[in-house]
Design a binder for this molecule. Structure first.
Ligand code: TPP
Ligand code: MG
Length: 345
């Protein structure tokens, strides 16, 4: 990896810092991650005010994975994930407004208020959801990968799932098929240590989830998910491998969710000390410290980004508030591709 020499004028002195990436990349990471954190904090607040109801799983703590993804894959690549998806959807380019309106169940939402927290979707952004069935997206993502190969594109499908989903039988079938047919699929396990209240230690004899790939000769790696640079590098390397036609790749990205499994979970199954250990290496704070310590940009420049995002989130809430609830007739639209589907009366 070539080193990029970044020069900046500070106090009329030219300061040179040797960073691997350019200023735009660092700021893209910061902006992506900060947007997700602020969106999710507001989501929790809106939930407490009963503006949002039902299941709701936030992404706080895991933002470096979304950050690394943005710069390592192409906008045209497909992506599918589970229900802890708000942050990933934002990183794909869905606007905070359309996401917040969806959480509110309003017609301005990305699926017209008919999906809610677990079912965002956007064909335009190649974002295939948002799935509430643990592990279901592993089969869907493998199928999308098959479609890309069939059509002869050089695109890949990022297929994301949690450590709990990694214990589902579909992993075996999907990995086997993807390796046999050399499908362009990047499997990412976001290992945040827990599946609801069940720790990884309790779910299997094999605690290093990336080793599952070895049973299929699939290139597999474990990655530090609290560091956006590590995530970016690992995904870039995996994506290059996949695009060269050699088939799928598996990354186990080690991360942590600061909040409970869902808004209703007080997370009593883990200690405060454990949580604090991770918060001390918070991916956004770490990145901000690095940006400032290495003079990648000034504090003022970061403040401008922060203010812009806070305004975006305020606007998103206002948009969601003003957007009407879907018309009852919407119950019968968008359910089936076939207009005369026999079971719709
Ligand atoms: C097939 C299926 N089994 C069980 C559930 C209930 N369930 C919902 S979330 C969850 C835990 C999944 O944990 P993990 O895959 O680690 O994802 P995380 O919540 O940590 O992001 C379970 C068991 C479900 N939704 N679907
Ligand atoms: Mg988990």
């Amino acid at each position: 990896m070539s080193k990029f020499l970044y020069m900046q004028v500070i106090d009329k002195k030219v300061v040179a810092t040797a960073n691997k990436y350019d200023k735009a990349t660092y700021l893209k990471w910061f902006e992506t991650m900060f947007r997700i954190r602020k969106f999710e904090e507001r989501t929790l607040l809106m939930y407490s005010q009963q503006k949002i109801r039902g299941f709701c799983h936030v992404y706080i703590g895991q933002e470096a994975i979304a950050g690394g993804l943005v710069t390592a894959i192409r906008a045209e690549d497909a992506l599918v994930t589970g229900y802890r998806q708000h942050g990933i959807a934002l990183s794909r380019g869905l606007s905070p407004s359309t996401c917040m309106a969806e959480l509110f169940g309003k017609s301005g939402g990305c699926v017209k208020g008919k999906g809610g927290s677990m079912h965002f979707f956007s064909q335009e952004h190649r974002f295939f959801g948002g799935n509430g069935i643990v592990g279901a997206q592993i089969g869907i993502g493998t199928g999308i990968g098959f479609a890309e190969k069939y059509k002869g594109t050089d695109l890949l499908c990022v297929t994301m799932f949690g450590d709990g989903a990694a214990r589902q039988g579909i992993v075996f079938e999907a990995f086997n098929m993807a390796m046999t047919w050399k499908l362009p699929v990047l499997y990412i396990c976001e290992n945040n240590g827990y599946a609801m209240g069940t720790s990884v230690e309790r779910t299997s004899n094999v605690k290093e989830i990336y080793r599952i790939g070895a049973a299929f000769d699939m290139p597999s790696k474990r990655v530090d998910g609290m560091n956006v640079e590590s995530v970016h590098e690992a995904i870039l390397e995996a994506a290059d491998h996949i695009r060269s036609g050699q088939g799928p790749y598996f990354l186990e990205i080690m991360t942590y969710r600061y909040k409970g499994h869902s808004v209703s979970d007080p997370a009593n199954y883990r200690s405060k000390e454990e949580l604090h250990q991770y918060q001390e290496k918070d991916p956004i704070e770490t990145l901000e410290e690095k940006i400032l310590a290495e003079n990648i940009c000034t504090e003022e420049e970061l403040l401008i980004i922060k203010d812009k995002i806070k305004q975006e989130i305020d606007d998103a809430v206002a948009f969601a508030e003003e957007s009407p609830f879907p018309d009852p007739s919407e119950l019968f639209t968008d359910n089936y591709v076939q207009p005369d589907y026999p079971f719709v009366s």
